[in-house]
Design a protein around this ligand. Sequence first.
Ligand SMILES: Cc1cc2nc3c(=O)[nH]c(=O)nc-3n(C[C@H](O)[C@H](O)[C@H](O)COP(=O)(O)OP(=O)(O)OC[C@H]3O[C@@H](n4cnc5c(N)ncnc54)[C@H](O)[C@@H]3O)c2cc1C
Length: 339
Amino acid sequence: MVKKTEANYCLKKNNTFGINVKCNTLLRVNSENDIFQVLNSNNFNKDDFLILGGGSNILFTKNFDGSIIKNEIKGIEIIQECEEYISVKVGAGENWHDLVLWSVKKNLSGIENLALIPGNVGAAPIQNIGAYGAEVKDVIVKVCAISIKDITLKQYLNKHCNFEYRDSIFKHQLKNKVIITHVIFQLSKKPNLNTTYNGIIEEIEKQNVEITTKSIFNAVIKIRSEKLPDPKVIGNCGSFFKNPIISLKKFESIEKKFPEIINYKTKDGKIKIAAAWMIESCGWKGYRSGDAGVHSNQSLVLVNYGRSTGNEILELSKEIIKSVKQKFDITLIPEVNII
Ligand SMILES: Cc1cc2nc3c(=O)[nH]c(=O)nc-3n(C[C@H](O)[C@H](O)[C@H](O)COP(=O)(O)OP(=O)(O)OC[C@H]3O[C@@H](n4cnc5c(N)ncnc54)[C@H](O)[C@@H]3O)c2cc1C
């Protein structure tokens, strides 16, 4: 059943930046039928709505003058099993970390490096969440959704999702066109361990344990808890910007001026630059103006110390983009969805 909240609903607790904004109505849906009901209703304005998961990748810059659909579809269901793999269909409203925990408890491998990423399962394919050498695209079989225009069920196979670094078709052609209801993942019954990120091995060696799905999971949790600010303590959305990917030619000319620039080679011969390093070298680390700021340990994370408005954080992000552009001739792109 669709649960409708009162008019002028306060969203402060529904976004991890903790921005104090309101929306006209918040509709909590927990089944495909609920979504059909909302989309078929005469009151629903298809041009003025927002789908919300855990609110951990959204910056509200104003009150939202429309309806918000909060996807709360639950369920973790094994739909196929063979000697090597299981396929699992997960409701978009399941908490992402709870799914990781479920898989590790069942000794299934594939998402342990993505432990402790806030938010819900339905948003995971949208920006192809990634961390510590892993990306969710590598375990997604298909994404199930409801098309808003024709109010029908759709399925998008992995190869049709155009997954890239923090990107997918759901951020472009399908933005605001579909509501993701379920994601189907394939997880490995045999350990398929990813230790490409050096810090994981270092952490496991410190703990003097074997490299297993569980020890990777624990190492990731330890590293993340030490490195990233907890949104319950200080409002933030994790990395505010993507790490820019540039051509080798452009990189070589920048490297001449800044030999210490932190960079990584990508599989297709391009260069990924650490945005945090550039932001820090422009002097932003620990900067604060009113209640908007740049975290003192993680320059990629913009924070709300309490009463910042979304616009103050947006203005700060624009200043950062401007100074990085001036110094390095690279334009930072926000990873966070600005509303
Ligand atoms: C402390 C912290 C650390 C983080 N670390 C990482 C990290 O390591 N790696 C990483 O990739 N991300 C990271 N993030 C960002 C964030 O956790 C992910 O992007 C997450 O997937 C967002 O999920 P959500 O449910 O909160 O999405 P929301 O913020 O609610 O929504 C994000 C976008 O998806 C849309 N959307 C949400 N659900 C649906 C749906 N069911 N159907 C259609 N559209 C939908 C929304 O309209 C919005 O545009 C971090 C965030 C925080 C706060």
